[in-house]
Ligand binder design. Structure first.
Ligand code: IPE
Ligand code: IPE
Ligand code: MG
Length: 243
């Protein structure tokens, strides 16, 4: 992989893995007297811009919380719109992902997704699997608690098959049974629209992640805002419990 092109920003250290709770699409639309769907549409534009910027700034992993298990509780029309936008995004962005050397991955209960979305998703994952730049991880029908429970079941299966002894279970073994087993824990978590909660996102993985909460609504969150979050991160001192 060639080193990222120089930018006009002075970053300090760049987080290897950034996770984002993309929130505030509905409020953005409401403030403009638009319907919520239009907020989601504008939000998709932010996704495009931030993904591109992440690659340019030298971030290695970007995890985007795009749809939670709890989001299935929203009105059917909104869920359908979000699934449609996701399908379009995957279809339209594929050439751009390839051009920018981005590898797409997904975490969550992917079997919950409509078949056409799943097909499109697997196509993108396949088509980008050899790319060596940014790894873009979409969290879809994701729940941190579900992920942990699934890991417990997976460990129990291995014990039953005689592949694992219960005495061997430690953090590393547990980690190996999570959706995120291939990725390091996030260094930086960004949440837009000012909400101060995790909303069931990466509960295990965020234990020592730096948190950045901005009042900016997701559709307004663009390259410049992302750069500001990285600059803020560069000024943090991470101690991991030591001095
Ligand atoms: C984030 O925006 C998008 C998803 C959760 C899918 P919201 O739709 O939650 O927007 P607000 O929070 O209602 O403003
Ligand atoms: C979190 O946003 C989920 C995603 C961004 C996909 P929500 O809008 O669903 O979270 P709550 O309901 O405000 O906690
Ligand atoms: Mg919200």
């Amino acid at each position: 992989m060639s080193p990222p092109a120089p930018t006009q920003y002075k970053f300090g250290k760049i987080p290897k893995h950034v996770a984002i709770i993309m929130d505030g699409n509905g409020r953005w639309a409401k403030a403009k007297n638009m319907v919520r769907v239009q907020g989601h549409r504008a939000g998709a534009e932010s996704v495009r811009e931030v993904v591109k910027a992440a690659g340019e700034f030298g971030v290695k992993y970007l995890t985007l919380y795009a749809f939670s298990v709890e989001n299935w509780k929203r009105p059917k029309t909104e869920v359908q719109t979000l699934m449609g936008l996701l399908e379009n995004f995957l279809r339209d962005e594929l050439p751009e992902l390839i051009k920018n050397n981005i590898r797409l991955q997904a975490i969550g209960r992917l079997s919950d997704l409509p078949e056409n979305v799943r097909d499109q998703l697997h196509q993108c994952i396949q088509a980008t699997r050899a790319n060596t730049g940014l790894i873009l991880i979409l969290a879809l029908s994701y729940s941190g608690r579900v992920e942990i429970i699934e890991a417990v079941h997976s460990i129990l299966r291995e014990i039953k098959l005689g592949h694992l002894d219960s005495a061997q279970i430690d953090e590393q073994v547990f980690n190996h049974h999570l959706y995120t087993r291939y990725y390091p824990d996030p260094d930086l978590l960004i949440r837009t629209s000012g909400e101060m909660r995790l909303s069931n996102f990466l509960l295990w993985q965020l234990s020592y992640t730096e948190i950045y909460i901005t009042p900016t609504l997701w559709p307004d969150f663009r390259r410049q805002h992302f750069a500001e979050a990285l600059i803020d991160y560069g000024n943090r001192q991470r101690r991991f419990g030591s001095l």
